[in-house]
Design a protein around this ligand. Structure first.
Ligand SMILES: [Zn+2]
Length: 191
């Protein structure tokens, strides 16, 4: 595992330091890994699953620090609109949830007066001790077998629209097997 400075460097673009949110998110990942006593996240071979409660900065930092990705099913989005994530170590069966503290945001303006707000935030997230920008708690999280990395479930065909459905996402409705869209959870309207 790299140091905070090395991750910040890795997240820099064209010589520009990353946004404060990225620095905070990197800190949150490091707090979680420290709690779980994981020093080599890249070598975990899909035994670490992270559930992020927001999109934007946090998933980027999780991918950078832990190597967990949506594509290999080790990163999951459960959008709660919160700067928080749960890191589940499948090997030790422990999980830690890390959430940003709103107070760090407010405090930064007081501690670094006279400088740009984003710069003050970036410094706060960089230099505060682990407890200031976020807090961590041990939690129990149940990851369904169909959501585990490497799980294989036979695809079934929706009896309504004919599209294939993987990972047990089908539902039974009126005696038929249908996809979630046909069951009423469609997020789009066909034109
Ligand atoms: Zn369907």
């Amino acid at each position: 595992m790299k140091s905070l400075e090395e991750y910040i460097q890795a997240a820099s673009r064209n010589g520009h330091p990353p946004r404060p949110g990225i620095i905070l998110a990197i800190r949150m990942c490091l707090v979680a890994l420290k709690g779980l006593e994981i020093s080599d996240p890249d070598k975990r071979k899909r035994s670490l699953v992270v559930i992020t409660e927001t999109d934007r900065c946090l998933p980027d930092a999780i991918q950078l620090v832990t190597g967990c990705r949506l594509a290999n099913r080790t990163l999951k989005l459960r959008d709660m609109g919160k700067m928080a994530a749960t890191f589940a170590d499948l090997a030790s069966e422990r999980a830690i949830r890390v959430a940003a503290r709103e107070s760090a945001n407010e405090k930064s303006g007081l501690e670094f007066p006279g400088i740009d707000r984003l710069e003050a935030l970036a410094r706060a997230y960089h230099f505060y001790s682990d407890e200031d920008p976020c807090h961590a708690e041990w939690v129990k999280v149940r990851i369904q077998p169909q959501d585990l990395p490497g799980s294989h479930f036979q695809r079934v065909i929706c009896e309504q629209c004919g599209e294939g459905i993987g990972f047990h996402r089908e539902v039974r409705m009126g005696g038929r097997t249908v996809c979630r869209a046909c069951a009423g959870e469609r997020y789009y309207e066909p034109l």
